[in-house]
Write a protein that binds this ligand. Structure first.
Ligand SMILES: [Fe+2]
Length: 300
């Protein structure tokens, strides 16, 4: 096991201001400006957890995964080389833009882009939410989790498990249609060294934006409720109502972003002890709530 946590995600955007309204005004994240004009959004003492970058499209670019140091970085490079994975070394300028010492870019078998880095710097400006969010559960636990589309589910699962050292937390087999002949949707949940229940989930479902959703975890239920209210006041599409997931216990809602994917905003997620954890299979996604609403454009 060598990946410590989910460090950041990079997002392409045609309208940084729309992202600023959602991220800063509704979700209460702390903004700063990146070296090339990126909108950086912070949840803790890391220089950013979201990097929103001006582009001619909206969508997901990459997830940044943290390695423990130069030795783990070198080991990871050797493993990838032995496996014949194409590795692109990051330039010094691009490493500075990510506030990391060094990084590489690779792709998983389903085509998702990953950046593996070590030696991330800190921001020495205290985290302050203009909206009064009391704080986020992040730090060494990482920023939260991402759910990635994985058309090649088994190969992608093996890639994260055998090459990058992720381990299985659990899986879901859930109905996606009232029609019993439609196969159950299988979602695989994986963790890294961090005690977060899952930093990565793989879902064999299409996601034109490149990302199904990203989760961030606030400290209190009041933080979540107030963020939900601000999203509603702003007229954001609430993709899923308040609810509690059956596997990671997360109490959350989902809001549609300008990137074409959702942000899950939650609290109260499980932090298992991996030395005693036994992976299980969840047959329902939620203990209660989480009623899904299709985006307005697709409503009939
Ligand atoms: Fe989630």
């Amino acid at each position: 096991m060598s990946i410590c946590s989910l460090g950041y995600i990079r997002i392409a955007a045609t309208d940084l201001n729309d992202w600023r309204r959602l991220g800063v005004d509704a979700l209460g994240l702390m903004p700063s400006e990146g070296p090339s004009g990126q909108l950086h959004l912070r949840t803790d003492d890391r220089p950013f957890r979201f990097s929103i970058e001006s582009a001619e499209r909206n969508g997901f670019i990459a997830a940044g995964w943290e390695l423990g140091g130069p030795a783990q970085f070198a080991d990871c490079l050797a493993v990838l080389e032995r496996a014949g994975i194409k590795v692109q070394r990051g330039s010094a300028e691009d490493a500075r833009a990510r506030s990391v010492t060094d990084f590489i870019t690779i792709f998983d078998p389903s085509g998702n882009c990953l950046e593996l880095y070590y030696g991330r710097f800190r921001s020495y400006q205290p985290f302050v939410s203009q909206q009064g969010v009391s704080g986020f559960v992040a730090g060494d636990l990482g920023m939260g989790h991402v759910v990635l589309p994985a058309a090649q589910l088994e190969a992608t699962h093996q890639f994260y498990k055998n090459l990058l050292g992720f381990d299985d937390t659990d899986e879901m087999r859930i109905p996606i249609s009232p029609d019993p002949t439609v196969p159950l949707l299988q979602i695989l949940f994986m963790h890294c060294i961090s005690r977060r229940h899952h930093s990565l989930a793989l879902a064999p479902m299409p996601a034109p934006s490149g990302l199904v959703h990203a989760m961030i975890e606030a400290r209190t239920i009041d933080d979540v409720g107030r963020a939900l209210e601000r999203c509603i006041v702003q007229g954001r599409h609430i993709s899923s109502s308040f609810g509690r997931h059956s596997n990671d216990n997360m109490l959350s809602f989902y809001v549609a972003t300008p990137g074409g994917f959702d942000i899950e905003f939650g609290c109260d997620g499980l932090m298992p002890d991996w030395s005693t954890w036994v992976p299980t299979r969840s047959l329902v996604p939620d203990l209660w709530g989480h009623a899904w609403a299709p985006p307005p454009a697709t409503r009939s």
